[in-house]
Ligand binder design. Sequence first.
Ligand SMILES: Nc1ncnc2c1ncn2[C@@H]1O[C@H](COP(=O)(O)OP(=O)(O)OP(=O)(O)O)[C@@H](O)[C@H]1O
Length: 271
Amino acid sequence: MFDARPPDPATRIAGAPPVLGVPALSIRGLVKRFGEKVAVSGIDLDVPAGSFYGLVGPNGAGKTTTLSMATGLLRPDAGHLSILGVDVWSDPTAAKRLVGVLSDGIALFDRLSGEQLVTYHGLLNGMDRETVRTRTRDLLDLLDLTEAGGKLVVDYSAGMTKKIALATALVHAPRLLVLDEPFESVDPVSAANIRDILHGYVEGGGTVIVSSHAMDLVQRMCDHVAVIASGRVLASGTVDEVRQGHDLEDVFVDLVGGRHHSKGPEWLRTS
Ligand SMILES: Nc1ncnc2c1ncn2[C@@H]1O[C@H](COP(=O)(O)OP(=O)(O)OP(=O)(O)O)[C@@H](O)[C@H]1O
């Protein structure tokens, strides 16, 4: 049935509906080296369209490097990446239009106010002023930033900066959202609000990929997960397939290893 209500900026998905069976993100043979260091060592992964996909792995596993290559921010040494069938590196303009990115790697123009920053991102994506104005207002409201909308982003707290960066990722209603640690520094109420927005976005046909160290959150929030370590995929599938009835955190620790089971050196104990 046709719904004549104006679309919510967080749930409206731009462009045509996804082609059946085409993954939101497809990664084949992805490799990235930094000098001697092999950060990503031949990753193959399909992220189904319409999924809420968690990417987990220990520090230095290669998550940010993988997501940076997937979103056109970092050129791979080898491999192929496509977003909804569009090759990221041979057709970067079309691919970037399909994706919204929240990454620590992206510098924000923090001498703008929050409102100006979101507006700027909307206009950069070719949207008309009126739509940008409406969506900016909606997003500031959704993320509890209306009062701070006129303040310079450089003066925002870490959590507020995260939220305004999320607004810039959402303003063009992308088909795929790639969020690197979106809940870091965000207070619990805002985090719950953001989770609601993301679930609404997925229900509306969007796909979310979220990297996180919070295993309980990934277990509760995501329907799919990939565990990455040393630049390789150790396990991937639905959350239930990967955790096999156990806590995701226990499965993660088993897969990744590295527990020391030590209470630290003697000199740290005061009594
Ligand atoms: N620009 C760079 N130059 C050199 N080495 C890099 C660079 N970026 C990442 N690396 C290295 O690549 C490896 C993977 O880093 P990456 O940031 O992708 O890991 P991560 O899984 O996101 O880690 P974390 O959970 O700690 O954020 C690490 O060993 C890191 O030191």
